[in-house]
Design a protein around this ligand. Structure first.
Ligand code: ATP
Ligand code: MG
Length: 357
């Protein structure tokens, strides 16, 4: 009897509906040659659900996910629904409901990808950005008063707690320690944000004492963007606040060649709840339904999902299949300058998995 992993699939909106089934297909192809299998359950939440029910997911939706081993997510975003509703009503609801406080975003230049950083070899650009995913600038604290009047005020409070900063800092140091270079850059803005970011710096120093074998430095977020372009090889693991890491990881994805290939995991390191894996791109309605969506970001997210389940051999096998197809320019989708379709790339990855087993 094969071990069964229960996976919730939430395609969401736009090209999420194309890339999540593609991800399921490659996971099925892996299961066919492995000692485990998947029991997928699909949830049709998102913009269509909102139009029918007035909410992005059911009130008891989290309960339906609670007993899953992991969640594969597509994208939430719809041109007819305000962004703060699609985001807070689905993705952030899951991230916060399951306290997925570490958002982990690897970046590498895959073989065959024409990345903008020509001075840098793929071996030199190998980053993981750890994004604080539960508080900070996106804590939702704030409000508006005197709406529409000249004296209107609006605030978004960047709320940071000692416990919240300590746990993400410890996660980042541990991750840096597990990587060959044992190198961590703590991204900050404590020169201008003189309360929460100063505490962030203090906690970095404090947690660093627990990891004497990790080499670490501090970098201001603005300087960090320049360093990513000018001296990419000096970076390895980075940890940053919710907003800062959000921006840095889009830059990272673009530097690695395309938004369409970048993966992420929203992780509950304590494993009290399921963790959620997704491509970093959004719903991309401009290319929806045309077979143009690059599924590689979702496939790479599946690699992270498999690692999280402890299926490291299968994860490696999938990563190798991904690298083989990116190395083949005839299998590039349009965002990478090619003409291959979502289905062709998915089939090619499934075939590689079947033949290398
Ligand atoms: P959202 O509002 O949900 O963030 P968006 O319309 O802003 O969605 P993004 O996903 O953020 O779209 O991406 C911006 C652009 O990058 C898209 O309009 C699309 O052209 C391109 N893009 C994003 N993801 C992919 C992908 N997987 N494959 C190909 N092109 C992509
Ligand atoms: Mg977007």
């Amino acid at each position: 009897m094969k071990k069964t992993y229960r996976i919730a699939c939430i395609p969401g909106d736009g090209i999420g509906k194309e890339v999540v089934p593609a991800g399921q297909a490659v996971l099925e192809a892996l299961a066919a040659v492995s000692s485990f299998q998947f029991a997928f359950e699909n949830f049709g939440w998102g913009g269509d659900w909102f139009r029918a029910h007035g909410e992005m997911m059911p009130k008891d939706g989290l309960d339906a996910l609670r007993n899953k081993d992991a969640i594969l997510f597509g994208s939430a975003g719809d041109p007819d629904i305000p962004d703060h509703i699609t985001l807070w009503g689905l993705r952030l609801k899951i991230c916060q409901g399951f306290d997925q406080y570490a958002n982990v975003r690897p970046t590498r230049i895959l073989p065959g990808i024409d990345a903008p950083l020509k001075r840098c070899t793929p071996q030199q650009l190998d980053w993981v950005i750890v994004r604080e995913n539960s508080e900070g600038e996106y804590s939702g604290v704030g409000g508006r008063a005197h709406q529409g009047h000249p004296i209107e005020v609006a605030t978004d409070v960047s709320m940071m707690t000692r416990a919240g900063v300590e746990r993400i800092m410890r996660y980042a140091f541990k991750l840096a320690q597990s990587r060959p270079r044992k190198l961590l850059t703590v991204v900050t803005k404590s020169n201008a944000q003189r309360h929460a970011m100063v505490m962030w710096d203090e906690i970095a120093l404090q947690v660093s004492q627990e990891f004497p074998d990790v080499t670490w430095d501090k970098e201001l977020v603005d300087a960090c963007t320049a360093r990513m372009v000018n001296r990419p090889a000096t970076l390895d693991t980075l940890v940053a606040t919710n907003l800062h890491a959000d921006i840095l990881s889009d830059l990272a994805a673009a530097l690695a060649g395309s938004l369409g290939i970048a993966p992420t995991g929203n992780i509950d390191p304590e494993r009290r709840y399921p963790s959620m894996f997704e491509p970093i791109h959004g719903s991309a309605f401009d290319i929806m339904g045309k077979g143009l969506a690059n599924p590689v970001g979702t496939f790479w997210s599946c690699v992270m999902l498999l690692e999280h389940l402890g299926e490291n051999a299968a994860a490696q096998q999938l990563m190798q299949a991904i690298e083989q197809i990116t190395a083949d320019v005839s299998l590039h989708t349009r965002d990478l300058g090619g003409t291959a379709t979502t289905t062709q790339v998915t089939q090619a990855v499934c075939e590689r998995i079947a033949t290398t087993a």
